[in-house]
Design a binder for this molecule. Structure first.
Ligand code: GCV
Length: 607
């Protein structure tokens, strides 16, 4: 089952060695009898142009551009739309990255689609034909970098740079003809395991170890995209242990990969994960800025700081991270999460592109030089666990190619390629996909509050689950009020933003409703812009969210999904309905017990 490419039923032979070979093969199979010429023009890079000519079609493109042009033509032809006589495109971001959090024991951290794609029992373990199918899937939506191992580098993944390198090189060779370069997550402390007494980035022996390692790795995989690093974060080793900052650490690695054209993608997910809940001085969203903003301009030109879209951790609604707006002299990538860690585990529907569009409305596309997304892929037949979660992978590819992509158009395109429903059903499907994020948001934590999920597993409601924990994620609801004041009068988090952004959020009277409790601590009696009290709005959203999930489940069951998708979709819709009811009742009861305020409409809130 190949998601939106299910019409491409043929296997890709193993002896195709270049993007042009793959392009030629796919075109011959998809459009038999149509004459197509490929014209390599390296000036076009990953871009392409496709023209109808008297004999058929001509595709011009750089090395990989030819393949992107071929898939663009095939998808247009298969979608049943009239194919324009002449079309051209080029990607906005040079690196369009997927980060897999696969462990070598075969598990995937925050994976909801089965076991690892690449590993089992501490070894590489994959079906090469399936890898080619995956490569086709990624290339068909324009993605070009695949980090295969978890940013939490657990043994034996460190050995990808060592004795497992030949096998890693064999995997890289499978992806190469699809224009996809591999990347590895690396362990900053690795020199310690090789007789170097320190991992201090200023130590000459450490620098030499990384230089030698990079030379060895690049001789096996000359087009490796680079190394991805999670340092000084959630127990991972990093430069702080040696009194160095993150520019010191990243630049040391950058020096090692520079001769080979490699990148160091350095994550900015650094915060105190051992916070005492009694400590009111520390406010977790402030952490990334405090660790990185003062280093702006000090990173090497082959370092990219990878910043999660919001200052917390992939919540349903967070404001854009201030780092993405503030670091003007540093290469930045925004990190998204296709894996639905906090957004329903690929059980509940949550189509992300409306959220990404909102992020981009605050972030000019040219502030970042790349996009990265945590993978939602796994060994399940349909790759994404929930067949409809594939929409997030496909539309992420389109977004990384063109950050101005229209959400409705992208989702419709995916639905058309995947199911080819008649117009009325297609409209229903795209409508429910596009509304799914807001529905999920309504029945979970209210008004930007975040973190009411079950701790650690992150599925289902637990309003106080994180309240007395170590992770800095508190809402401090009491009988009068809820939320944390993050304005200058409070923790000062909002001061990290440029003035126009501060103005948008600093006054609760004008702050957009859906961010209200992210930035403010407010009494339940607070009047929302539409005149409702805040507590009434919480009750209303939760009842509405549940009712909308009921109709979402009904719509899904009426749509003509083919098997095996149908069975999976209906089973998960049942689970989502159960989840939405739990969320609705538990969150309403939680606030009702605290506030003592009755629902104005007399609906059931359990005592
Ligand atoms: C890979 C959150 C997740 C972790 C993840 C971490 C990260 O804390 O719960 O599973 O670790 O983010 O992004 O590094």
């Amino acid at each position: 089952m190949n998601a939106w490419l299910r019409q491409l039923t043929w296997r890709i032979p193993e002896d195709l060695s270049s993007p042009a070979d793959v392009a030629r093969y796919e075109l011959n199979r998809a459009l038999p009898g149509v004459s197509i010429s490929l014209n390599q023009d390296d000036n076009l890079g990953d871009g392409y142009s496709v023209q109808r000519v008297s004999s058929g079609w001509q595709i011009s493109g750089g090395k990989n551009g030819l393949l992107y042009g071929a898939y663009a033509l095939i998808l247009k032809a298969l979608s049943g739309e009239a194919v324009p006589d002449d079309f051209a495109s080029a990607p906005y971001y040079p690196l369009r990255m997927i980060n897999c959090w696969d462990n070598m024991d075969g598990t995937i951290e925050r994976g909801y689609s089965g076991r690892s794609l690449f590993f089992e029992n501490g070894c590489f373990d994959y079906d090469p034909a399936r890898m080619r199918e995956l490569a086709r899937l990624l290339a068909s939506c324009g993605l070009n970098v695949l980090c295969i191992n978890n940013v939490n580098v657990h043994e034996p993944a460190q050995r990808l740079l060592e004795d497992l390198l030949p096998e890693a090189a064999a995997l890289a060779a499978i992806f190469r003809p699809f224009g996809i370069r591999l990347m590895f997550s690396v362990d900053f402390s690795r020199p310690l395991k090789h007789g170097v007494p320190t991992a201090d980035p200023f130590d000459p022996a450490v620098r030499a170890w990384w230089r030698d390692t990079a030379a060895r790795v690049y001789s096996a995989i000359p087009d490796l995209a680079g190394f991805l690093v999670k340092a000084d974060s959630e127990g991972r080793p990093g430069p702080f242990s040696y009194g160095r900052n993150h520019a010191d650490g990243a630049n040391m690695l950058a020096e090692a990969v520079k001769p080979f054209g490699g990148w160091i993608v350095w994550r900015c997910f650094v915060y105190n994960c051992r916070q005492d809940w009694r400590d009111t001085k520390t406010d977790r969203p402030k952490a990334a800025w405090e660790h990185y903003a003062f280093l702006d301009g000090q990173f090497s030109d082959n370092v990219i700081l990878q910043v999660k879209y919001g200052p917390f951790d992939f919540q349903v609604r967070e404001p854009l991270s201030p780092l993405l707006l503030g670091m003007n002299h540093t290469n930045l990538a925004m990190e998204l999460q296709l894996a639905q860690e906090y957004t329903g585990h690929q059980i509940d529907l949550f189509t992300m592109i409306p959220m990404w569009r909102e992020l981009f409305s605050d972030l000019p596309a040219n502030r970042i030089m790349s996009l990265a997304a945590v993978s939602n892929l796994g060994r399940d037949d349909n790759y994404t666990g929930h067949p409809l979660a594939a929409v997030n992978l496909y539309t992420y590819g389109l977004l990384a190619w063109d950050p101005s992509v229209d959400a409705e158009k992208a989702v419709t395109e995916w639905a058309r390629l995947t199911y080819g429903f008649a117009a009325a059903d297609e409209k229903k499907l795209t409508g429910l996909l596009l509304s799914s994020r807001r529905i999920y948001e309504k029945y979970t934590a209210p008004l930007g509050l975040c973190w009411m999920v079950n701790p650690h597993d992150h599925y289902g409601p637990n309003p106080s689950g994180y309240e007395y924990d170590l992770w800095g994620t508190y809402h401090k609801a009491d009988r009068n009020a809820v939320g944390i004041d993050r304005t200058s009068a409070g923790t000062g988090y909002l001061d990290q933003y440029p003035p126009e952004f501060r103005q948008k959020y600093e006054d609760p009277e004008t702050c957009p409703d859906l961010y209200l409790l992210f930035f403010h601590r407010l009494p339940y009696s607070f009047r929302m812009k539409d005149g409702r009290t805040m507590i009434q709005r919480i009750y209303d959203d939760h009842f509405e969210g549940y009712a909308e999930t009921q109709s979402l489940a009904e719509t899904l069951s009426a749509l003509p999904f083919p098997e095996p998708d149908r069975a999976v979709i209906l089973r998960r819709a049942e689970m989502q309905l159960h989840d939405a009811k739990e969320w609705c009742d538990i969150v309403n009861t939680f606030f009702h017990r605290l506030s003592g305020v009755e629902d104005a409409h007399g609906r059931t809130i359990y005592p």
